[in-house]
Write a protein that binds this ligand. Structure first.
Ligand code: BGC
Length: 754
């Protein structure tokens, strides 16, 4: 095991970032677009009307952080010396990207960086929140919203104003190495949680980015894989998640993905970018490319890409570099009004988010307060999967064996562009980042009278020997996932054998899993209790200890299904596995919109743990479910009651199911229609009303670009997991048609036709 400690300072005062505030501008009277209070559309149009061609061209071409060191070597006829000097002197060092603004007109530079779990800057520490998949397990949009508010505040205080945060790809492929950056397998849950994260970030008057648009559902060969899927299936699955996220989060930008979709690159995809995103969904912001995802100039611009990002060095293809773009423009291959549109969209996002009116200013960050937000998020998100005989919460424990998972050092985090420089310093073990929140120390803190011993778990026999002498054993297992490769659901490094050995030695064994997504548990029948912690963030250890000891009542529910075995995968092998990066490859998503629990329902498979599953140290009962439909909307009403002895949070999940789902044209027997989380004291009950979005009752008809709810009887199924015993009600719905074209964003509870 290789281990090193990277120490970072807790104080973020960034000198280079101060330069990213716009230069002083002329008085608003001379530059009317700078006057707050007018619609962002009007301000953006006026600002772009005042721009020279060169100024417009600056806005559509972005540079990577590496440009800081390598841009100088790029020939002057690709990037002018003046532009190079500007980029090098204004870029926020350690961030992901930079796009020069137009200081003459008061349009700020864009300091772009990743922010899935916190602000990523290799030189500046930040608060690491639980992974997006973990916070999706809270089933409470206020959790990612609060996390987003922290990210946005830290971004602003450290000089960044455009965040690459808001992953909304569905967990179609359980092995996808980036599932931890996304928000689960269901379009409603995923879109709601991703949208809330974006909204929280943008509440700081900066821009956030919904990504990776679209059908970028595996990492293997991500830059060369062509995903085939019908428009209908896409609109009812991957795209629906993005549609909900867009409506709820209103991101200023959308990042198109590396892959091809139905034969067209994600970043030059007329259907996805122009027809769906800009026309049907009314998106007014800009489409930025993923880093290195552009393949042309005219096609990309005409098919909807507004901004090229991440140009770095000699050898990079400068598709949107000012001279290349201008030459294509002059040739007539790109209409001039298209460049105006691109610039207007970029500037619109800066006006609409408030980034122009509230220039970023570096400031100190209250990391202690932000760590509390991260801990609260984890405490709402960890999922108690199994608790036979109420082994948990740990009450009076005389001796405790803590085993494995580097629990003496910290909690693991995912790899790739979401990786942050955590406050307090990362602990690097075998090249994986551990956040400095050791569960061992947290357990010692929560159980001061218990004798707690630690065994690293490298040798199952020695771990079992320790477990056999202890009242209770807790085995920590970790599974590292990362951008750039797909994973396996089988625990690595002999950890399955470790759990089995410990469980054999002590029947009172608890397993805590820190993983990017689902894992197999061949030892499940041997252990009475399992807690899924995902990647729980900078206070993960404390949250785990507080849940294990009952200081916090668990309330997380799975945002993904846990398969029982590989036989349950929709695709036995990952397309292109084993081929060198960049090899053209192909995947056909025959399962269409039947992702996750829908696939299990369709096939009659029993997962290891179902989507929506999660236990608590109390119990809840729902009653009195009634449904009302007035032709335009469907609402359900019921009472939810805490029937146990501890305060807790119930997650009510309302599934909708046509009496004849095949006749209704659905992909699977049921869909999640609405959900809510309710905090209840023992004995307390509340009446809850949930409204089902019409798109979740409909099928998408590509020929007419519309949603269609077929007349018939629909069942409502209310429970606290997709496979749980449910209250049911029935309702008859008339035939109805809903346009897929929205004039602009609108709350999802309103009908698309309004
Ligand atoms: C990732 C994006 C990220 C970008 C910039 C790419 O490799 O796919 O998610 O935002 O890098 O860091």
């Amino acid at each position: 095991m290789r281990k090193s400690i990277l120490l970072t300072s807790c104080i973020a005062l960034v000198s280079s970032a101060a330069t990213s505030a716009p230069a002083p501008v002329a008085a608003p009277a001379a530059q009317p677009w700078l006057k707050p209070g007018q619609p962002p559309e009007a301000r953006a149009e006026a600002a772009v009307a005042a721009m020279t061609l060169d100024e417009k061209l600056r806005l559509i071409f972005g540079y990577s952080d590496q440009a800081y060191t390598d841009l100088a070597k790029v020939p002057d006829d690709l990037v002018s010396p003046e532009l190079k000097a500007y980029v090098i002197s204004h870029q926020v060092k350690g961030s992901a990207g930079f796009v020069p603004g137009v200081p003459r007109l008061g349009i700020p530079d864009q300091a772009q960086t990743d922010a899935s779990i916190g602000v990523r800057n290799s030189l500046i520490p930040s608060t690491a929140l639980p992974s997006s998949l973990a916070t999706a397990a809270s089933w409470d949009p206020e959790v990612p919203r609060a996390g987003g508010a922290v990210i946005g505040a830290e971004a602003r205080a450290t000089g960044h104003n455009t965040m690459l945060s808001g992953g909304a790809n569905l967990a179609r492929e359980p092995r996808n190495g980036r599932n931890f950056e996304y928000t689960g397998e269901d379009p409603l849950l995923a879109g709601t949680m991703a949208g809330a994260l974006i909204d929280g970030i943008q509440s700081n008057h900066i821009v956030s980015t919904m990504k990776h648009y679209a059908v970028n559902d595996q990492e293997t060969l991500r830059t060369s894989l062509d995903a085939t899927i019908s428009a209908e299936a896409m609109r009812q699955s991957d795209l629906l998640a993005f549609e909900f996220a867009l409506e709820r989060g209103r991101p200023g930008s959308v990042m198109c993905s590396y892959n091809l979709i139905n034969g067209r690159w994600g970043c030059e995809n007329d259907y996805l970018l122009n027809t769906v995103l800009k026309q049907d969904w009314g998106f007014e912001g800009f489409v930025m490319s993923d880093w290195g995802a552009v393949h042309s100039t005219a096609d990309a611009a005409n098919d909807g890409l507004d901004q090229f990002t991440g140009f770095c060095c000699v050898g990079d293809k400068p598709w949107f570099a000012p001279p290349a773009f201008n030459a294509t423009l002059q040739s007539g291959a790109i209409p001039e009004r298209r460049l105006d549109d691109m610039a207007t969209r970029i500037v619109w996002a800066l006006f609409a988010s408030g980034a122009v009116d509230n220039p970023i200013r570096t400031a100190p960050v209250d990391y202690a307060a932000n760590a509390q937000v991260s801990q609260a998020a984890a405490e709402q998100s960890l999922v108690l999967l199994k608790n036979d005989g109420n082994l948990l919460p740990l009450g009076h424990v005389k001796s405790l064996a803590v085993i494995g998972g580097n629990a003496d050092n910290g909690v693991i985090a995912g790899g790739g562009s979401s990786d942050v420089t955590p406050v307090g310093g990362a602990v690097m073990i075998d090249q994986h980042t551990y956040l400095p929140s050791p569960p061992l120390a947290a357990l010692q803190h929560e159980l001061p009278r218990a004798q707690i011993a630690f065994d690293p778990g490298a040798n199952p026999a020695s771990a079992a020997a320790l477990a056999s002498k202890s009242d209770v054993a807790i085995v920590f297992v970790t599974q590292h996932d990362s951008e750039g490769s797909d994973g396996s659901l089988t625990l690595t490094a002999n950890q399955d054998a470790l759990v089995s050995a410990v469980a054999q030695a002590n029947p009172r064994t608890v397993v805590v899993i820190e993983s990017g997504g689902a894992v197999f548990m061949p030892w499940l029948a041997q252990v009475p209790a399992v807690l899924e912690a995902f990647y729980p963030g900078i206070r993960g250890g404390a949250a785990i200890a507080r849940i294990l000891t009952g200081k916090v009542n668990p309330s997380g529910h799975l945002p993904i299904s846990f398969p029982a075995s590989p036989d349950q995968f929709a695709h036995p092998a990952i397309a292109g596995a084993g081929l060198p990066d960049g090899t053209p490859a192909h995947v056909t998503y025959d399962e269409g919109a039947a992702i996750g629990y829908k696939w299990y329902d369709l096939k009659g498979y029993r997962p290891l743990f179902a989507f929506g599953h999660g236990l608590a140290y109390t119990s809840f009962a729902a009653s009195g479910l009634t449904a009302t439909a007035d032709g335009r909307s469907l609402a359900a009403r019921f009472a939810i009651r805490n029937t146990g002895r501890r305060r807790g949070k119930a997650v009510s999940q309302l599934y909708v199911a046509p009496a004849d789902w095949q006749a209704a044209g659905w992909e699977a027997p049921k869909r999640l229609g609405a959900f809510t989380k309710t905090e209840l004291k023992p004995g307390q009950s509340r009446i809850v009303t949930l409204v089902v979005d019409p798109r979740l009752l409909a099928t998408y008809e590509a020929a007419n670009d519309r949603w269609h709810i077929r007349a018939g009887t629909y069942r409502l199924l209310l429970g606290d997991a997709s496979d749980a015993q449910m209250q049911t009600a029935e309702v008859r719905l008339p035939d109805s048609i809903w346009s897929a074209r929205h004039p602009s964003f609108r709350p999802s509870t309103k009908s698309p036709a309004q």
